[in-house]
Design a protein around this ligand. Structure first.
Ligand code: MN
Length: 424
């Protein structure tokens, strides 16, 4: 289903006076509001094709109803999000969960919803029906060359799907590792993985990027073969200039200083992309900004500072994507909340007084440094984010309009109460 533009306009008209009041206060208190709003309008966050349905835990899954059961319906859902917030204009496909059957039809659909194809994702963390070899003991790292070759061939096939759709990046996340000491020779696992990645890298079109995603633990519990940013950086450096590290916020050990990781990877020109989510304990895949909004702001603070230092475009210099799971919330509401949290953190980071911060840092004025950052964090930038949406023809309050229009109810009527998303 698509939302009638008139309904969005009506909603905005109804809420305009209140918005204007808040916006006027922001315009008075935050400097360079126009510059911030322009950057917010350009900023887009990709939605992964696996995030439109209800996820689950290893204990159970509680379906939400009206879930998209094929790629076309998933694109319709992202189109819906994008019409509400004008900030979700890209889809990230997961192969083989969402193999496009008719490229032209899918591309046409994307055009209709104003969506781009973000990075394509390979999957060697589970076995597919009729697969010759199992990934139980790893894929690109496997001691058996035939298994590695199968995993390499899969990644090359994913690139081909991406090329046909107009994507320009491949994300490789490996579940490879070991669950018990002694199970693996670490060096051999690294070398096998590197060799496999090199074969995939050789198949990349020249305008493509390869993102090497790391994860501290899980599903393996003793070692992961790409466990942290340092290991990812080693692979990316050895592979070449088209390879980059991808940071997923949930893939660190507790209390890791992610903002510092981001800053240094940017400095080295090796930060490729981001997966947003939030967590309290481990890789919880919760709504971005729901647990640690200050951390999200600090990360964006380094992103903005680091990208500006390199003269990078904020909106396309890196790959921006949500990677979350929705166990108890309506996935579409959850995604709207995540995008909102990301935009707020980005706007806060854009509002930091960088010149003053630089002086305070040079003077070792620790108190002043903190004051400057917290001034930006504690200033309400939500009216700027809403204004960016208003100017782009989207809704002042996407979650509210989604509820006012009873969209989930309509989706359940259309798709049924028990539809299940592919891949979950
Ligand atoms: Mn991820």
């Amino acid at each position: 289903m698509q939302i009638d533009k008139i309904k969005i306009a009506d909603f905005n008209t109804k809420n305009l006076a209140k918005h204007q009041q808040k916006l006027n206060f922001s315009l008075d208190t935050i400097s360079n509001c126009e510059g911030i709003i322009a950057k917010l309008i350009a900023f887009q966050i990709a939605i992964p094709s696996w995030a439109l349905g209800t996820g689950g835990t290893r204990f159970g899954r509680f379906a939400g109803g009206g879930e998209p059961s094929n790629l076309e319906e998933k694109m319709a859902d992202i189109g819906l999000l994008h019409s509400l917030n004008d900030a979700s204009g890209a889809i990230s496909l997961h192969i083989p969960w969402d193999i496009p059957e008719d490229y032209d039809a899918i591309k046409k659909l994307a055009q209709q919803y104003n969506l781009k194809f973000d990075a394509v994702n390979s999957n060697t963390f589970q076995d597919q029906p009729n697969q010759a070899h199992s990934y139980k003991f790893g894929s690109l790292q496997n001691v058996n060359k035939a298994v590695r070759q199968q995993a390499v061939a899969h990644n090359i096939e994913v690139i081909k799907h991406g090329v046909a759709l107009g994507s320009d990046a491949l994300t490789v996340w490996l579940a490879d590792g070991s669950s018990f000491p002694g199970q693996l020779n670490f060096r051999q696992a690294f070398e096998n993985t590197l060799e496999s990645l090199q074969e995939i890298y050789a198949a990349l079109p020249s305008n493509w990027k390869m993102f090497v995603e790391y994860k501290a633990f899980e599903p393996n519990f003793y070692s992961n073969t790409v466990a942290d940013w340092g290991q990812s950086y080693m692979y990316a450096s050895k592979l070449g200039k088209q390879a980059f590290t991808l940071v997923d916020l949930g893939h660190h050990l507790p209390n890791a200083n992610i903002e510092q990781i981001v800053s240094l990877l940017l400095m080295e020109g090796k930060l490729g992309g981001f997966h947003f989510n939030d967590s309290k304990y481990a890789d919880d895949d919760l709504t971005a900004g729901s647990i640690k909004p200050y951390q999200l702001f600090l990360i964006f603070n380094e992103l903005v500072e680091g990208m500006d230092a390199k003269g990078m475009n904020h909106h396309d210099g890196l790959g921006w994507m949500i990677d979350a799971s929705h166990n108890i919330k309506d996935p579409l509401e959850d995604l709207l909340q995540s995008v909102e949290a990301i935009m707020i953190s980005y706007a806060q980071a854009l509002s930091v007084d960088r010149a003053a911060l630089k002086i305070a840092q040079q003077e070792n004025d620790v108190v002043k440094c903190q004051e400057i950052l917290q001034e930006a964090f504690r200033t309400d930038v939500r009216p700027l984010v809403a204004e960016a949406r208003l100017r782009a023809g989207a809704a002042l309050n996407p979650v509210q309009l989604y509820r006012d229009l009873d969209i989930r109810k309509a989706l359940i009527q259309q798709r049924g109460a028990k539809s299940i998303s592919t891949g979950l």
